[in-house]
Design a protein around this ligand. Sequence first.
Ligand SMILES: [Zn+2]
Length: 341
Amino acid sequence: MPPTVIHDPGQIDFALPGKHHYQVAFHLDSSWGYSLVPMTVINGSAGGSGPEPAGVAAFGGTHGNEYEGQVAIKRLCTDLDPREMRGRLILIPQLSETACRAHQRCSPEDDVNMNRAFPGNAHGTLSYRISNFVKTRIFPQVRVVMDIHSGGKESVFPLCTSFHPLPNAEQHAETAAIARLFDTPFIFVYSRQMASGLLTDEAEDEGKIALGGEFGHAEGTSTSGVRHAYEGIKNVLRHYEMLGGEIVRVDAARATPSRMVQAPNLSDYIPSPRSGIWEPAVTPGADVEKGDLIGSLHDFSNHCSLPLEIRAHKKGVIIALYFAAVCKKGLTLYVIGEDAA
Ligand SMILES: [Zn+2]
């Protein structure tokens, strides 16, 4: 069955029993035509005692050049059986569909980064209209929101789930519990000040359980990243009793639980002091001491010049690292985090 094209999002019946595949049509700004955003809505029909489970939404392709979330969520669209499920699940494998088709971070239609476009605008350009749809049509259906990212073509993170520090202790604890279900080597509690307009910003401000994560890098499709994203989302469904069975270890070979690392202050997000060719000296996830060499910036305008050495400003864990060779002044070279409770 091909997906049903939806021209009026107000016509979507999110309570329809079973599994339904849609393409939600958002008109283009530049020409006659549409961005057809893929969406699968599942309302489980398995019986069960207890209250109706929390609704869950999972997004991939918020950035078009990050593939693990796109692949994992697409696979869930075909694999999950509503007869074995309870509650409501909404899967969107390519939220910024035009960015995904162009294989780039931002939409080529309006040059907007979907993950800076929230809460959106019903009368804005394409990306703002899609984010407004998420805010006004999808968020009201769910209590748990997951947005699966990768490092794109600039940064590398050790495989991690991520969320912001939350002032509400209950919301923080539940989000941390969900983060652990992905069984990633790291959980990164990151600064909300680094950017605004994120999908997860909006969800957490509504009091939802909002989780992000970085499951690969370099515009590849990481085998382990896809596995952690796919199995992690299924573990979340099991946790909320939307899917039967026990929580599974995703990486049974790793002896240690996820290591939670926090970097709540922008002073630990270090910008490149100048443009150059970046030669990292450490790997993401490495423990460093203050003064350790993080990497070198080379200036090829004078091949006799010594590289500029970038050294750790404090002891901690390299929780994000610039990896592309070409680095521009001001881009974040590295982030040092500290172990969180
Ligand atoms: Zn991203």
